[in-house]
Design a protein around this ligand. Structure first.
Ligand SMILES: [Zn+2]
Ligand SMILES: [Zn+2]
Length: 150
């Protein structure tokens, strides 16, 4: 009874870039930071986080933009689709892939809100997921949605 690790696939809108992710993600956070908004044009993004070794880019060459020191954001230079946010944290290289670039984004269910303190004030969704005003690393949630703690 051996079980193959789950494989999921995705890529950019024009198809020039394709990737393969192996196994389950570490977590699936909405990010409300201003830097994610500015680099995507979206009011909030949803990432699927993996150790970098779990994601292989199998077609195309990505363009890299350093949005802040130590942070690599990658995108397709043909169609402009944002693909990932990458960096070295806690001794690991982490890649956060934008959920909407997966062929089947429904395969990943959000589990938290991070950088909630930077959200656009009118933004909310009808969930009770933990919300961290900053990073969730080693932190306790600041609230749990509209009807939560605060
Ligand atoms: Zn493309
Ligand atoms: Zn962000």
């Amino acid at each position: 009874m051996s079980q193959e690790p789950k494989k999921t696939y995705g890529g950019c809108h024009c198809g020039a870039i394709r990737y393969e992710a192996t196994g389950e993600p570490l977590y699936v956070p909405y990010c409300h930071c201003a830097s994610c908004r500015g680099t995507t044009g979206a009011p909030v993004v949803l990432f699927v986080n993996f150790k970098a070794s779990a994601v292989q880019f199998i077609r195309g060459e990505r363009k890299v933009y350093n949005s802040s020191p130590g942070v690599r954001r990658t995108f397709c230079q043909e169609c402009g689709t944002p693909l990932s946010y990458e960096g070295d944290w806690g001794g690991n290289t982490i890649i956060e892939v934008y959920v909407s670039t997966f062929d089947d984004p429904a395969a990943f269910v959000p589990d938290r809100h991070v950088m909630y303190g930077e959200r656009i004030p009118w933004f909310d969704v009808a969930d009770q997921l933990p919300r961290y005003n900053g990073s969730s690393a080693g932190a306790q949630p600041d609230s749990y949605g509209l009807h939560g703690l605060s």
